[in-house]
Design a protein around this ligand. Structure first.
Ligand code: AMP
Ligand code: MG
Length: 521
């Protein structure tokens, strides 16, 4: 029953806090603290990812057993688990924040599955740790549903991400002041078990560097390379340089995917940046409905808009700069780190060009195609056009004539007046686009399938997640499971499920949870 093969490398190979238990403290010279989850009143499995369960080696019967809900609520440990909270720091909204650490995440251990893959199992919302600071270590149902659904949705979109195994209701209530306006409410609590080969963040390296603890920094770097980047060869500074370049490359690939699918992370603090280039820490994230590079779902960031959609590549670069600064303690000169940062720029630029080609159905991205894409994006911003519907719609147009008819794109517009105003510009753009397509030898069918493999039909629109949350809060979790099923095949037409592909409805435009989210979770 729940037989897993544990290999807890992080706690075995790295120095730990000599103290254990959840008392809040500064933890020096240690990468983690041992701490057990705090049991909850009435664990109930609300949803799980069948794909992830199978990948880890669980049968559906095991998932359905009472023990599974107990374990993934943090009420029971199984043989081989050795729970801990990781110690890390981070730059939050541009400022160094000191020690942060896993304030409500508790890793249960690392398993090796039948395929030899390493997966760390981590409960989010499992109770206080030494890093909880003034908070309670818990998570509410709404944010847990959002993390559960989005990590799986991102995976199926082909975006590197941490995964989710389970969503368990705790049977307990958690107090949250959702908009920090002095109106706290009691909300149902939940715990997600998230899963990744590694949960190491940029902040794990920044913290020892900020304390001039070069020994711990070096241990962490060497550990991370050995465990998480076993393909890297070499020694000393050359190896460290290669590794940093890899981190830069993976981060660039991840952010290029975000831009391709219209994902806004919302809180790109360095403690929320995975060293493996995985999307991590789903908080007030959001999906772009009407294309707008200035949009952020995060109300906490509404004035500065530091983490707005169009700024994400620059922020990722800035974050890598902070990581480079920390790693510079291990290097004699800064050149290798500068080379790594250049790697970010080159990789992102290449990935972004590739996205342009794939999204527009071009065999290759020529220099002038960047302008073509930019004009389309400007038009979409000005005329309030749905990003997802627009790109899918473009694939359906008949572009053989000189002046393509824009009628099939009508449903992508949010405002009829703006659509009429934009129509001449759209016709002009479509003319340019059609001319460009005539200048390549890619059969129409091939162009269409190329586009439909890069432009999803279904994304986890904010209002869809909110509807599932509303229903789950009434005790009906079927909507969560249904949404997960839709998001498993985001690029396919799914007859009968057209409603999940529609524009954001008007009621969702300014509704909490749909367009506005705070960090309170
Ligand atoms: P975030 O911006 O959500 O990634 O969180 C920033 C820091 O606050 C991390 O160290 C979290 O572990 C911690 N944190 C967030 N929410 C809670 C909570 N409810 N209880 C304890 N720590 C929390
Ligand atoms: Mg975080």
């Amino acid at each position: 029953m729940l037989n897993l093969d544990f290999d807890n490398a992080f706690v075995r190979d790295l120095p730990g806090d000599p103290d254990s238990g959840p008392g809040v403290r500064q933890v020096l010279g240690a990468a983690y603290s041992r701490v057990s989850p705090t049991p909850v009143a009435a664990p109930q499995l609300l949803a799980h990812s069948p794909q992830m369960a199978r990948r880890l080696g669980f049968s559906e019967a095991e998932v359905a057993s009472p023990l599974f809900a107990q374990v993934f609520a943090g009420n029971s440990l199984i043989a081989g688990m050795d729970p801990f909270a990781a110690n890390y720091g981070g730059h939050q909204f541009g400022n160094w924040a000191g020690q942060l650490g896993d304030g409500r995440a508790i890793s249960l251990g690392e398993i090796i599955n039948a395929a030899g893959e390493r997966w760390e199992l981590q409960l989010k919302g499992a109770g206080p740790t030494p890093y909880s600071r003034t908070a309670d270590g818990r998570a509410v149902l709404r944010s847990s549903i959002r993390e559960f659904l989005c990590s799986e949705a991102m995976h199926h979109l082909g975006v590197p991400t941490t995964r989710a195994l389970s969503l368990v209701g705790t049977g307990e209530w958690v107090e949250r002041d959702m908009f920090y306006d002095g109106h706290p409410e009691m909300e149902p609590g939940a715990i997600v078990c998230r899963v990744a080969p590694s949960f190491i963040r940029f902040g794990n390296f920044e913290l020892p560097a900020s304390r001039d603890d070069v020994e711990l920094l070096k241990q962490l770097v060497n550990f991370c390379i050995r465990r998480d980047f076993p393909e890297l060869r070499g020694q000393g500074q050359a190896l460290h340089a290669q590794w940093f370049a890899q981190v830069c490359e993976r981060t660039a690939v991840m952010v290029a995917h975000w831009m391709r699918v219209g994902f806004v992370h919302g809180v790109m603090n360095t403690d929320n940046m995975s060293i493996l280039g995985l999307t991590i820490d789903y908080g007030p994230y959001g999906w772009v409905d009407n294309f707008d590079p200035g949009w952020t779902p995060n109300t906490t960031d509404r004035h500065q808009r530091r983490y707005r959609f169009g700024q994400q590549p620059q922020v990722a670069y800035w974050n890598l700069g902070r990581l480079a600064g920390s790693l510079s303690l291990l290097f004699d000169g800064v050149e290798p780190l500068q080379d790594g940062l250049r790697c970010f720029v080159e990789t992102f630029t290449a990935a972004d060009r590739d996205n342009t080609a794939r999204k527009l159905g071009l065999a290759e991205c020529r220099d002038e195609d960047i302008g073509l894409m930019q004009s389309l994006q400007d038009l979409m911003t000005q005329a309030e056009v749905d990003m997802t519907l627009m790109f899918r719609g473009l694939a359906d147009l008949d572009l053989d004539g000189d002046t393509p008819d824009p009628a099939p794109l009508r449903e992508a517009f949010y405002d009829e007046g703006r659509r009429e105003t934009a129509e001449p510009a759209l016709r002009e753009w479509l003319g340019r686009y059609a001319a460009r397509l005539r200048d390549q030898v890619l059969p129409a069918g091939e162009r269409r399938s190329r586009m439909n493999a890069a432009n999803p039909r279904y994304v986890l629109r904010n209002y869809l997640a909110q509807q599932a949350i509303d229903r789950a809060s009434q005790g009906d979790v079927a909507a969560v499971t249904e949404l997960l099923q839709v998001m498993r095949h985001p690029y396919d037409e799914q007859p009968g499920r057209e409603a999940f592909a529609g524009r954001r409805p008007d009621w969702a435009r300014e509704r909490a949870g749909c367009s506005m989210l705070s960090c309170s979770s």
